[in-house]
Write a protein that binds this ligand. Sequence first.
Ligand code: HEC
Length: 157
Amino acid sequence: MSEEFKELEQHNKIPKGWLLFYFALILWGVYYIIRYTPEISGWSYYKQFEAEMKAAQVSQKTIPTENPYEHDEKAIAEGKLIYEEHCSDCHGEDLKGDVGPDLTAHLKYGETDDKKFTSIADGRPGGMPAFRNQLGRDRIWKVLAYVDSVREYGGKP
Ligand code: HEC
């Protein structure tokens, strides 16, 4: 071989970094195939989907037992507006009751946060409408934070 050709061949050597990258890509491909082939790894999109749905259902059913907005001034102010719009016709402007019972007195369906939440979210048989769909969880907690602020310290910060 002439010197000229030898020189040309040297120029065509594959750079080491590129080779490494090439093998890494193959390894990754093999790993990926094994990882996501149900017959080999047991992974399945449906299984993952089911697991995610299950997790979502659990978190929807469990009501937090504590009001996240307790003593939160901004939320209480918002809750007051919600109360005036949706609750005061039945429970009175001052919460002392009208068609509905006095909300500053003893609550027969329970006075823990989760019981009060359920009263508002799901309603009660004696004429309390359910507000879960209309208000949603967040605003129910806010209106409850307002109700509780009146129960505990007259609604003033
Ligand atoms: C259509 C009238 C009406 C509206 C509107 C209404 N309530 Fe009531 N509420 C009632 C009645 C009547 C009861 C009593 C239900 C019973 O005794 O079974 C009640 C019960 C409750 C209870 C449970 C009381 C207890 O003794 O355990 C809470 C808490 C409550 N309401 C909060 C609210 C809040 C907060 C709103 C606004 C989002 C609201 N209510 C809107 C009529 C209403």
